[in-house]
Design a protein around this ligand. Structure first.
Ligand code: NAI
Length: 283
């Protein structure tokens, strides 16, 4: 694989473009919103410069990496030459379904179409295309340049060939891919979200203050950050969306979102990005 197109230049998309270009691939970063595209490209520059400052990469690598990335605002043009497309647009099922129809029409027939979705079924996305065997989940973690894992999700029709190609590419990018099957929340969020949710229930029931809950999990379980700090980092709206998918699709009460989580999201207390979640943050 030589040419990768990333759709969506936001939090995840610019990180994915960053690591692909660093891995020597030619990258097209597509965002419908020209301002968002520009912000995405600027974020990549800033993050590369930070890596150089910390001595993690050579200074010359900054411009060389940026030279492998071009921006584009039209999806069909952006994917016309792609060997691989990685979609990272907002977590809305209808948006992803219609985008995959467009990708299927506009990308070369041999191209693999991957989604970075956190919770939407790969099988259902693949069913909107005429190439379900070449549709797969490529779930990077935030922040992409730092986090080691890529959760590779096989839809029901995903072929061995597609899976092997995506596993190999992830390794080439310096990541550790782990193959899982398509099931609500995959492995990462199915295991993580009930823990975060339970921490919110514990807070709601007055078991302990946020700092105490986080400290118990950090020092007692050796987690690098506590569940409430992590929830603020992910975004409480995102956590609620994923819990709703798990609750609806797996039908078990253990995934029922805490009423306190709903209340915070309703108040617009979404975590770090809104300046207030379980903790408060400077703007
Ligand atoms: P974001 O909101 O930061 O970025 C999405 C970008 O997509 C925006 O720049 C927007 O202008 C653009 N966009 C919207 N519709 C588009 C279209 N039709 N064509 C091209 N660009 C379009 O979203 P974020 O956080 O990067 O999430 C993207 C995906 O990654 C979601 O599926 C999310 O569930 C998943 N994800 C997010 C993680 C996180 O920590 N934020 C972690 C792992 C996965």
């Amino acid at each position: 694989m030589k040419r990768v197109t990333v759709i969506g230049g936001g939090t995840m998309g610019n990180g994915i473009a960053h690591v692909c270009a660093q891995g020597g691939l030619d990258v097209t970063l597509v965002d419908l919103d020209a301002d968002a595209l520009e912000r995405g490209l600027q974020t990549i520059r800033k993050n590369l410069e930070r890596q150089a400052k910390k001595g993690r990469i050579e200074a010359s690598e900054v411009e060389a990496t940026l030279g492998r990335i071009r921006g584009e605002t039209d999806v069909a043009t952006g994917v016309a030459q792609a060997d691989l497309v990685v979609e990272a647009v907002p977590e809305k099922a209808e948006l992803k379904y219609s985008l995959f129809r467009t990708l299927d029409e506009a990308a070369p027939e041999s191209a693999i179409l991957a989604s970075n979705t956190s919770s939407i079924s790969i099988t259902e996305i693949a069913a909107r295309t005429n190439r379900p065997e070449r549709v797969i989940g490529m779930h990077f973690m935030n922040p992409v340049p730092v986090m080691q894992l890529v959760e590779v999700i096989r839809g029901l029709a995903t072929s061995d060939e597609t899976t092997e190609a995506v596993m190999a590419l992830s390794r080439d990018l310096g990541k550790t891919p782990v193959e899982v099957n398509d099931f609500p929340g995959f492995v990462s969020n199915r295991v993580l979200m009930p823990m975060i949710n339970e921490a919110v229930f514990a807070l709601m029931e007055g078991v302990a203050e946020p700092e105490a809950i986080d400290t118990v999990m950090k020092l007692g379980m050796n987690h690098p950050m506590g569940p409430l700090t992590l929830a603020d980092l992910i975004g409480l709206d995102t956590c609620l969306n994923i819990l709703e998918v798990l609750h609806r699709e797996l039908g078990d009460d253990r995934y029922r979102p805490s009423p306190l989580l709903r209340k915070y999201v309703a108040a617009g207390w979404l975590g770090r990005k809104s300046g207030r979640g379980f903790y408060t943050y400077d703007a």
